[in-house]
Design a protein around this ligand. Structure first.
Ligand SMILES: *[C@@H]1O[C@H](CO)[C@@H](O)[C@H](O)[C@H]1NC(C)=O
Ligand SMILES: [Ca+2]
Length: 336
């Protein structure tokens, strides 16, 4: 407890200034936080949280799934969040009997329009609208390629467990077979399983900048995971967390979700430019990308292909005309 208090204190000190020296104050918002002793969670109407599927409230944690095959569970906030700048601190524990890569599948932290809808994306709905941060503990793509005896290109290999962020606009699917690679905005490796120390993840959303940091080494230090500017998320979405097990399993435990309101100074100009958003998007990054597999032809490549085709056709027709002339000449010579 003292450790945690110290940790929060350190965090507060380190948070006093934002990236560019602007003052940032933070306040814990109880209505968006899930904290011990989880009073009434999932039952009373007084609770701010709903449980779904296999999720169970224990003394020390909320267990999304036990270390048992084919389970899915979730916890969802009942209150939509209208904060402009916020930070979600997630204290979690992933543990189980499985040896490395014989465990799965991981869990997700959500800030979405939809809530309490079970589905295939870490136990929650696909084609979601909003933000998903996935702690993916099973490398589906790598295992599939291994089984097909295809060689893996190290350049594009991701070491699992892997944390990634995705922004959905309601029409984009999560590619489970490829561990979400086509819609990955950023990510990092995080060996989070079966650790004795406390493991934390923080999602910070300030001035449309999305950052994810982790503290899993027991050093009370945040390590950068991903940092993406220009992320446009509407207000009034719901926080939640969900998890799934399949053929492989793990205990996915949430010890706390702490949502802090961040108070950020904005210049008059920044205020003017801060227009209300209705559909999630990311500036300058397409939400769906093709990488390597079926790369669409670039404009330059297409230009050269057309250019050489035209040149080739001209050369061929010139040769054709010359040959034809020659042939006619020869024929005339034979006639006379
Ligand atoms: C969602 O994103 C995809 C890919 O970026 C885009 O093609 C589609 O038009 C977007 N849908 C909406 C409703 O904005
Ligand atoms: Ca996976």
């Amino acid at each position: 407890m003292l450790h945690l208090a110290l940790f929060v204190l350190l965090l507060k000190l380190s948070n006093c200034r934002g990236d560019d020296g602007h003052q940032i104050d933070e306040y814990l918002k109880r209505e968006h936080s899930l904290i011990k002793p989880y009073q009434g969670v999932g039952s009373g109407s007084s609770s701010h949280w709903d449980l779904m599927g296999s999720a169970m409230v224990m003394m020390q944690y909320v267990r999304l799934t036990p270390d048992v095959q084919s389970k899915q569970g979730a916890v969802w906030n009942r209150i939509p969040c209208y904060l402009r700048d916020w930070e979600m601190q997630v204290h979690f524990k992933v543990h189980g009997q499985g040896k490395k890569n014989l465990n799965g599948d991981g869990f997700a932290i959500w800030y979405t329009k939809e809530r309490m809808q079970p589905g295939p994306v870490f136990g929650s709905k696909d084609m979601f609208t909003g933000l998903g941060v996935f702690v993916d503990t099973y490398p589906n793509e790598e295992k599939q390629q291994e089984s097909q005896k295809r060689r893996y290109t190290p350049r594009s290999q991701r070491i699992f467990p892997y944390i990634m962020a995705m922004v959905g606009n309601g029409t984009l699917g999560y590619d489970h077979e490829r561990d979400g690679r086509p819609t990955e905005l950023g990510g990092c490796t995080a060996l989070v399983r079966n650790l004795n120390q406390d493991t934390f993840l923080v999602i910070r959303y300030v001035r449309r900048r999305l950052t994810v940091m982790i503290d899993i080494d027991g050093k009370n230090e945040w390590r950068d995971c991903l940092d993406i500017p220009g992320v446009r998320l509407p207000k009034g979405y719901y926080f939640g967390t969900s998890s799934v097990t399949g053929d492989l399993s793990d205990n996915h435990d949430i010890i706390s979700l702490k949502l802090y309101q961040l108070t950020v100074e904005r210049s008059a100009e920044e205020e003017r430019e801060d227009k209300e958003v209705f559909i999630p998007s990311v500036d300058n990054i397409p939400l769906l990308r093709e990488d390597g597999v079926s790369q669409p032809m670039s404009g330059v490549a297409l230009f050269f292909i057309i250019l050489f085709s035209v040149l080739g056709a001209i050369v061929l027709s010139v040769i054709g005309v010359i040959v034809y002339q020659q042939w006619k000449e020869n024929r005339r010579k034979r006639f006379y």
